[in-house]
Design a protein around this ligand. Structure first.
Ligand code: AMP
Ligand code: FE
Ligand code: FE
Ligand code: ZN
Length: 299
């Protein structure tokens, strides 16, 4: 049994609706998935229903962009409560920052005589959490670039002329926020962020795990991060980072994490929830975090 714990939908920069993604997960024989849209948990409710219909286990989630000593890193939050008020307030702020950033990227493109309109990007994105892939797709759609790669290479990659830095919360604040919402904080694709030397300090700040298996990690890199996870007593995660068709071929099914890792992550989340805001009260209310009943013992 295998799982894929890094997937995006049309609620951020993926192209699939939750229902399409769940059907594909089933098609690929996956036993469980996690939804990790950038700065959004909007797709979580639909994904939960779609996964149930497809006989899949499911973890709520999101992917936050954070900063630690000037390094950018991405944090996956698993098993969080997608209705948690402070989480929703913070995500709403990030989404506004993203929308303003789109306007600024378009302004820079216009300054470069590239006649893209932000309305076109927003219409194409059709979500509250737009990002650079939407600008790239709009550039291709409007005939202003031949491919998504060209759009990134010429304009959107870091330090290219239409690139606009993104506001990032500190990694310790992001970890705290994910924990407060009942979730785990897992460093996404550590192999892409060159922050190995900070993992010890991040672990001390509450980081729960590393996404050791990722589509852009070589086998050697995956082994390296599994070793680091053991060294720092961190959980192991993995996923394809599938964005649907927005970056070429859909990647779902290309990274297959063995199911026991999912069970370990879930057990840690349950443990955390049982010890905090979701502690069983007199009525033993179901924990909202992942539709789980507090007191259930993970296998
Ligand atoms: P943003 O959150 O707006 O900065 O956009 C980040 C998204 O753009 C992530 O999903 C990345 O996978 C994607 N991305 C970053 N660099 C590239 C690239 N060179 N080509 C295609 N997609 C990219
Ligand atoms: Fe993305
Ligand atoms: Fe990422
Ligand atoms: Zn991602």
């Amino acid at each position: 049994m295998f799982v894929d714990l890094h997937l995006h939908t049309c609620f951020s920069d993926g192209t699939y609706a939750p229902e399409e993604l769940a059907a594909l997960a089933r098609h690929h024989g996956l036993a469980a998935v996690a939804l990790t849209d950038h700065d959004s948990v909007e797709g979580c409710a639909r994904m939960a229903v779609a996964c149930a219909q497809n006989g899949l286990e499911y973890a709520t989630g999101t992917e936050l962009t954070a900063e630690f000593y000037g390094y950018e890193l991405h944090l996956l939050g698993y098993f969080l409560d997608p209705t948690h008020p402070r989480l929703l307030r913070e995500l709403a702020k990030f989404q506004i920052v993203r929308q303003n950033r789109i306007r600024e990227m378009v302004a820079r493109l216009n300054h470069l005589q590239v006649p893209l309109r932000s309305e076109v990007v927003f219409a194409l994105a059709n979500c509250r959490s737009p990002g650079r892939p939407h600008v790239a797709r709009a550039l291709v759609q409007e005939g202003l670039c031949r491919s998504l790669d060209e759009a990134f290479e010429r304009f959107l990659k870091k330090r290219r002329p239409a690139w606009v830095p993104k506001f990032k919360m500190s990694a310790s604040e992001a970890i705290q926020l994910l924990h407060e919402a009942g979730g785990l904080a897992i460093m996404a694709h550590p192999g892409l962020n060159r922050v190995d030397h900070l993992i010890g300090e991040l672990a001390a700040a509450g980081l729960d795990g590393l996404e050791c298996f990722h589509v852009k990690h070589s086998a050697a890199a995956s082994e390296h991060y599994v070793r680091l996870a053991r060294q720092y007593d961190l959980l192991v995660s993995g996923g394809s980072d599938c964005h649907g068709l927005s970056k070429g071929q859909p990647l779902i099914g290309t990274v297959r994490l063995p199911y026991p890792y999912f069970a370990q992550l879930r057990a840690r989340a349950w443990e955390r929830q049982a010890g905090s805001a979701c502690a069983p009260g007199p009525s033993a209310e179901p924990c909202p975090a992942a539709g789980l009943t507090v007191g259930q013992v993970p296998d």
